[in-house]
Ligand binder design. Sequence first.
Ligand code: ATP
Length: 925
Amino acid sequence: MYAFYSLLVYIFYTVFKKEEEDALETACGASSDESGSVSMETGCQRKDGHTSKRGKMASAQRNESSSSSDSDEMSLSDNDDDIAGPDIPACTPLAAFLSFKQEAEKRRASQVQLETPGKLSESPLVAVMSHLLTFLEQYSHFQQLQHQADQYRVQLKRHRVQHRRQMKALRASYRQRLRDKNSIITSLEEAISQQQTPSPLSEGEPSGDAGMQAGVHSLVESLYGLQGERSKLRGELRLLHSQLEQKERDRHSRIQAFQQQIDELKGCIEEREEELSRLRTATGATDSEKRVLCLSAENESLKQNLSVTQGLLQQLSTIPSQSSTMLMKENESLRSRIQQLELSLQQRSEQLSHLERRSEQSEWRRGEELRKREDRVRELQLELDREKGKEPVVKYVTQTVEVESPATLKHLSKARQRGELLSEKLANQNERCKQLEEQIRKSDEHSCNLQHKIAAYEREISKLREELLKEIGHLEEKKEEAVKAAANCSPQHFQNLQEQFFSLQTRLTALPPTLRCMKTDYASLRSQVRNFSDFYGAAISDAKKQISAAIIEMSEANKDLLEKYRKEVALRRKYHEQLVELKGNIRVLCRVKPVLKEDQQHNEGQPVVVTTDPNNESSLSVLNKGKGRVFEMDKVFHPQATQEEVFQEIEPLVTSCIDGYHVCIFAYGQTGSGKTYTMEGSVENPGINKRALKHLFSEIEQRKDMWSYTVTVSSVEIYNEVLRDLLSKDGEKLDIKINPDGTGQLHVPGLRVIEVKSFQHIKKILATARRNRITFGTQMNQHSSRSHALLCITVEGTDLATGSKTTGKLNLVDLAGSERVWKSGAEGERLKEAQNINRSLLSLGDVIQALRARQTHIPFRNSRLTYLLQDSLGKGSKTVMVVQVSALESNVGETLCSLKFAQRVCKVELGPASRKIECGGGMCD
Ligand SMILES: Nc1ncnc2c1ncn2[C@@H]1O[C@H](COP(=O)(O)OP(=O)(O)OP(=O)(O)O)[C@@H](O)[C@H]1O
């Protein structure tokens, strides 16, 4: 009866909810009348004061209804309060009803027991109801649990997605950092800003995610650390810029000071020249006057002598008896006069020879001076050239810094302009120096002419002297005759004699003007020579002093500059290393081959499936079967990229080889994709090999004042796993062995190693290696290289100041093309070749894989190629891989393979590169 009644009420309750609620309210009201502590809000309560299970369920239902309204926000909310009970619309009212009925039944049973004691205390209906209630309770609990589990699962999934997203972002940021410094900084900022915004996940998460949170925190910390490093680097860069500016200012001021000094010197020289010309004319005039005076005095005395002689003759003519004695006296005086004249002539000739000696000496001294000055000018020229030669270093720093900031770029362009101005000024100075030399040469020529004139005059004088002597002899003869005649002279004879005497007198008077003229000329010339040589000597000694002072100053300034240059080189090296380390010691570049005419002929209508992004230099996408795939590399060269552009990316590594690092550059890719073109290039457009060697020699030339270098070259090819020397004609099979010198390094006994002195020499060597390499035509490439070709350059340097030694190695490798055998149409010998090529490339992949996994054993010995490259592929080396790909759809499979391999290499870390430097007998880094 009760069961039926209960069922009926339940049906009413569920179908007509309102009525049921009313009924429930009534029932509860009745119950509350009895207990006095029941309310609709909290549900019905038992007499013992405990909240009934039904009440609990009702409150759970309320919670559920409140949480369900937020269900849309569930995915974003992490609040544990969101966990609510299951949706149980049917069982809750039933449970409420049953508990109500159970209470009523219990009350009724207790009344019955009171009325009829000894009867069964609990009816079966009550028992069933209690069972039902327990079941409902358990059911709702189960549903709650299930709901909670679902929510946990959703949360876990959400956490996992977010975690994966975060990890992806972090990985991307790290990769970005490796790509280049600027992008690292940006990505770090992004990552930091991401980490700085509080994540909703970080609060109230289950304890299972604590590990992940700790990981994230540690990453954030490391990012902060990197940010600090970045600001430190920026500070260092600023410091470098300011140092550079200071140096540039110093250099400029020094150059100005030199310029001023040189100008002053030139002014001095000009002044002196003017003075010289003035003095020359002035001295010439005074000397001539003096000579005229002197000679006129001499003339006067001669005249006096003559008049005396005349007087004597007259006396002779008047007193014939006394004439002979008189004549004899006159003869005596004439003889003495002649002797005097002879003496004076002798003295003069001695003076002349003395003068000649002096002029010769001054000439020799002047020649010496000139030679020294020429030497000094040459030295200065060399120093200036060296100064100019420093420009590239500044340029390099400029290039390195240009990457950093546009302000530095502006500053360095100004510095370059200043440098150009300086070199112009220096060229002008050289020009002026040359002009001065020209002037000196002219004055030398002039002095030579003067000496010639002096010599001519001297010859004339000696001729005249001879004539005079002859005349004197003649006169003496005549005098003797006259004396003899006078002894027995008749008046007639005496008259004859007188006539003869007068004629002689006239001849004697005719002589002096010629003699006077000659003497004047001679004396003026002599004084000119003496004055000129004295003045010239003084001017030269002055100029010498000034030049030597300027040279001393110059050499001191040069020392300073040299010191600064050394410091700059060291700084540049340091920053270069930091840059290379930031970029990573293994770098992967990708070059897309342009579609050439011959490619179009073979693959007519083939679409291009490889595209590069002009805004992103480090990604390229490949379209395969309608799906695009993006690959990230350190740098991607678009099909139109030039050989020069490719080399520019590699240039810093070539430089580091001179500094003592081991560097390996290899080209990898499908056959015909342009590996040989990139490494060797053509005659008119050379590739990496030639450009690297050219750069190497120009860098060595720049450093020759501080370092001496020896460059040696060898070249081998690996064909069918057999090693052959490409520089020897016999093509003997070679083997790789451990060097017996105890260094543990590898060497190839019998391999021809050539010392190279110049770039011209290397050209011939490269041509020989190219001729000897094995190539065949395949379906994919008409001149396919069937072997791996290695060009090994060793650079041994010695620091001239400290004596420390460095050994750098540069391995330039043109790998044989990877190919799909069916596609290349290889058969027989070609098939074996292709298999060998693919096997060795596979070994290279294995080595890279092992390096990537940081395995203790790296399988270098699995192929000749990897064994030979062991030095340059392992730890502490710098490696660049240029992946060559074709853009055509027919090659998409090979392109994808090559790019996947490249991506694997991208992830390899070789650790910091180490410099192979030997100081004091041992190796040190
Ligand atoms: N970037 C480029 N610009 C112009 N021509 C190119 C370029 N790359 C390759 N080539 C041309 O494509 C042809 C094949 O190139 P190359 O011989 O260098 O390929 P490869 O990868 O060395 O082939 P293999 O592995 O078979 O030796 C050559 O004629 C070369 O001149």
